[in-house]
Ligand binder design. Structure first.
Ligand code: NAD
Ligand SMILES: O=P(O)(O)OC[C@H]1O[C@H](O[C@H]2[C@H](O)[C@@H](O)[C@@H](O)O[C@@H]2CO)[C@H](O)[C@@H](O)[C@@H]1O
Ligand code: MN
Length: 447
């Protein structure tokens, strides 16, 4: 059967993750053929560096694909089937502030959790809605597959403000962890596992993991994780060929302490910020946070490699890589384009998938994905511990969205106060007032 050729726009063309997605798209042309690839960004200079390298990569590996990079929404969003979005409103300069401002008050600052995530959410909602609106104006039948963070807040905002839009919010953390689980189990690929999982984004638990024959893999995994977290055997032995930065190594190790809270399940790594916020604050350097690490490593590496490719005019020895992050979004696009019915974890309206949880909460659960989009799979009732945590966290996320919609200072103060990461309402207010000052070019005015 001949597969229909697809037209893609990557929104946030200047993202450090764009080259990985391009490479993954090129590696999958037999399963997901492409006729047109476009980049869209509101920072022409940043995007051009990635685009110049991409132009060379495409010329060498798939010259039949039409490629264009633009800052013009009409040109970008006209005649597309998929928008693959990963924008960062305020870029790393604002991520650094999200992380450092809470630290002034001894509170951990994080990209997607606690006060940092709340600040980022208040910037992202408008940017993501703008892109969604461009898509619906210029290509009303297209789907938007959105990685832009903080995915939990963005997903709640898009489901409330654009309830009929074809947007699916996604996260690569579960597939990143599943990749590690597969290594612990000695499997060739994470795709050999069938999982049950529930939670909010960056706030969830695996309840069941089996191989394709139905054999239960949980006992073996739990035995490993309670001792080593998600550090892999080869990392323990020092024989791993996957490069990992110290902060991620610490996170994967810390997961064991997170797992102890519920010995029957396996947790998402991000729960460490909610269970051990003081440990995280103590472990962080307020002068050099993850944003600094990313700017010094991933951003430098990706942009210097793109610039090198553009200078030597060949990508034959390119050192850019495609990982689970890229394979996940390409698999999702393929599932929709060709009705593959792949089982994938996605962020969707609950509507009963978690039986005893808010029907309007955006939950992360396994879904069967076909040309109509995701069909969530029911995960049953959840225990009181997880339900209590999720009720509190979903209220934080919904209050942020309401604060953005209504321009409400009070609701944002409530959101910060309700976050498990913030110790009390007074500290919440101090952090909020500093965040308002730092975000005056991005947030709606709060009254
Ligand atoms: N959901 C996930 O699991 C997951 C995983 C990895 C990265 N991410 C997210 O992907 C995004 C990109 O991450 P990164 O580290 O590569 O960031 P980055 O800063 O390198 O790239 C983001 C790009 O977005 C552009 N941008 C910002 N606002 C825009 C707007 N309004 N319209 C168009 N373009 C805009 C910037 O100019 C920049 O080029 C972030 O939101 C990050 O949190 C999500
Ligand atoms: O601090 P960063 O920018 O490196 O990462 C923050 C993101 O972390 C998760 O994505 C990881 C992923 O889990 C890992 O397997 C690998 O692919 O790197 C990704 C990005 O570094 C998380 O899911 C994202 O939401 C965060 O933005
Ligand atoms: Mn994520």
């Amino acid at each position: 059967m001949t597969l229909k050729k697809q037209s893609i726009v990557v929104a946030g063309g200047g993202s450090t993750f764009t080259p990985g997605i391009v490479l993954m798209l090129l590696e999958n042309l037999d399963k997901f053929p492409i006729r047109s690839l476009k980049f869209y960004d509101n920072d022409a200079k940043r995007q051009k560096q990635v685009a110049d390298a991409t132009e060379i990569i495409i010329k060498e590996r798939a010259p039949e694909i039409e490629f264009k990079a633009t800052t013009d929404p009409e040109e970008a969003f006209t005649d597309v089937d998929f928008v693959m979005a990963h924008i960062r409103v305020g870029k790393y300069a604002m991520r650094e502030k999200d992380e450092k401002i809470p630290m002034k008050y001894g509170v951990i600052g994080q990209e997607t959790c606690g006060p940092g995530g709340i600040a980022y959410g208040m910037r992202s909602i408008g940017g993501v809605l703008e892109i969604l609106d461009y898509m619906e104006k210029y290509s009303p039948d297209a789907w938007m597959l959105n990685y832009s963070n903080p995915a939990a807040i963005v997903a709640d905002a898009t489901s409330r403000l654009r309830p009929n839009s074809k947007i699916i919010n996604i996260c690569d953390m579960p597939v990143g962890i599943e990749h590690r689980m597969a290594e612990v189990l000695g499997l060739k690929s994470r795709k050999e596992m069938v999982v049950r999982y529930y939670g909010l984004n960056h706030f969830g638990w695996w309840t069941d993991i089996r191989d394709k024959d139905g054999n239960d893999l949980m006992p073996q995994l739990i035995d490993w994780v309670k001792e080593h977290g998600y550090v892999t055997p080869s990392e323990l032995e020092g024989t791993s060929d996957e490069e990992i930065e110290p902060s991620w190594a610490y996170t994967f190790g810390k997961a064991k302490e997170v797992q102890w809270l519920d010995p029957d399940t396996l947790p998402n790594t991000y729960l460490k910020y909610y269970f051990y916020p003081q440990d995280e604050a103590e472990h962080s350097d307020p002068e050099y946070t993850r944003a600094n690490e990313v700017m010094d490593h991933r951003e430098k590496n990706v942009f210097s490699e793109c610039n090198r490719i553009a200078n030597i005019k060949t990508a034959e020895d390119a050192k850019l890589v495609a990982d689970d992050h890229a394979s996940y979004i390409v698999d999702l696009a393929r599932a929709i384009a060709y009705n593959t019915k792949e089982r994938m974890l996605l962020i969707v309206p609950n509507h009963g998938a978690v039986e005893n949880f808010d029907a309007e909460g955006m939950v992360e659960v396994p879904c069967i994905v076909g040309s109509q989009g995701p069909e969530p799979m029911t995960q049953g009732s959840i225990p009181r511990f997880q339900k209590g945590l999720m009720e509190q966290q979903v209220a934080v996320e919904k209050l942020v969205v309401e604060a953005w919609m209504e321009g409400s200072y009070q609701k944002l103060w409530q959101a910060l106060t309700l976050s498990r990461i913030v110790p009390n309402a007074r500290v919440a207010k101090q952090i909020l007032d500093d965040l308002i000052e730092a975000n005056k070019d991005f947030w709606p005015v709060l009254k």
